[in-house]
Design a protein around this ligand. Structure first.
Ligand SMILES: C[S@@+](CC[C@H](N)C(=O)[O-])C[C@H]1O[C@@H](n2cnc3c(N)ncnc32)[C@H](O)[C@@H]1O
Length: 204
């Protein structure tokens, strides 16, 4: 019978890269101010997915202070692409712009203030990847525009799908033949919260 390591949470908490001073600073700030950010594991995952799929146009819904935006915009810098990120809170949008500038990523990222759903409905695609991280209750309503804005075989990544408010989204994405979804429930060190689900859905 196969066995996993003892105390997998502490084991895997040690297997996390923590060598980026700006991201560490934003993690520290997020902890103090209780800002729910994706943290180092999902941040790295977003970077790796975006680089491997050579994403040149990325849309993020929910910027906060720009932690995940920095990870996505770094991939855009590798791919000669551009991130557009939408944030309802003007204070957060201003902080994110400053942090992206500090990271040297201003040429690869645009922070747009305002409510994501109407902004999306005015947008034209195609995007290669959309990262969804707004209020979970809005995920299901954003799904139609995500499908319209993603190119065929583009990728939707939805965070926090273990939240009860994401249930309508989970049921919708799994019952719509326009998507090929997979849900991962995982221990994610530094993520808010650390035990949570991510949905990766291929746009058909
Ligand atoms: C979970 S935080 C985003 C964290 C960020 N993605 C990260 O990991 O660094 C969610 C953010 O989405 C914003 N937000 C929530 N609902 C929104 C909506 N309908 N439109 C735009 N922004 C929204 C909130 O103000 C908050 O800053």
């Amino acid at each position: 019978m196969s066995r996993i390591v003892d105390q997998p949470e502490s084991y895997f908490s040690r297997l996390v890269r923590r060598d980026d001073p700006l991201l560490r600073e934003l993690e520290h700030e997020a902890q103090i101010e209780k800002i729910p950010i994706v943290g180092p594991v999902v941040g790295e995952l977003l970077f790796i997915l975006s680089v491997t799929m050579r994403a040149q146009a990325i849309l993020e819904l929910g910027t906060a202070t720009g932690y995940s935006a920095i990870c996505l915009a770094r991939a855009c810098a590798v791919n000669a692409g551009r991130l557009t990120t939408l944030e309802i809170d003007p204070g957060f949008a201003a902080r994110a712009r400053k942090n992206l500038e500090r990271a040297g990523l201003a040429p690869h990222a645009t922070v747009i203030g305002g409510e994501a759903l109407p902004r999306m409905s005015e947008m034209k695609g195609p995007f290669d990847l959309i990262f969804m991280d707004i209020d979970k209750i809005d995920y299901a309503r954003a799904l139609g525009d995500c499908h319209r804005l993603l190119r065929p075989s583009g990728l939707l990544v939805a965070d926090n799908v273990a939240f009860p408010d994401a249930d309508e989204f989970n049921r919708a994405v799994f019952s719509d033949t326009g998507w090929q979804p997979v849900s991962l429930f995982a221990f994610l060190p530094g993520h808010s919260p650390e035990r949570d689900g991510l949905c990766l859905a291929l746009r058909r």
